[in-house]
Design a protein around this ligand. Sequence first.
Ligand code: SF4
Length: 232
Amino acid sequence: MNALAIGGITPLSTTDYPGRLAAVVFCQGCAWHCRYCHNTHLIPRRVENVLRWSAARGFLERRRGLLDAVVFSGGEPTLQARLPDALADARAMGFKVGLHTAGSYPVKLAAALPLVDWVGMDVKAPFDCYDRVTQARGSGRRARESAELLIGSGVDHEFRTTVHPALLGAEDLLGLADSLAALGATRFVLQEFRPTGCRDTELLDSTERFTPGEGLLAALGSRFADFTVRRA
Ligand code: SF4
């Protein structure tokens, strides 16, 4: 059976695992096609020159004592059947283990949750109009199920939503926040769209800017114990 396929590694990040120095392992492959995706090179499942977990593991061995954590990002890490092996391996090496996921595969996420210490889950849109962003039918149902699993797991986590004004408006954000809060979410991050890596010309050419008013920010903040805006 193939080992985890990796599209790239960031040797050191201070922003991908809260409060930790982390390496980021970018898993190859994703079944969704989010219009604002800035890692489009990681979407194909099969590409030439992927790294395998053994190579990443060798790199991490040399970073023991220098890094706190390893974050598995993507692409969609839970797409790959060998993810749990790599998560367990990283933890056995003494690292905290983080996971970035869109929640595309709830069953696989459930298998991964006991093996991770922190999860950052992207929430793309209100669950009933997810396809507008992901261009993948049924994605909202999967994401909702994953959000429920994550909240119920007790694993430390955050939910975050990337905003491009052409895709999400104030009503969408309030509806999405209501749904998350109703599920029991307590930490929510609003992220500004980043053009780097995005291939959607309509979004790139758009002159609309992310300028949430104080009223919207206050309304969103009132729904969560912890609310942050992350600028691009
Ligand atoms: S889920 Fe993530 S990697 Fe997949 S298309 Fe969307 S933004 Fe890109």
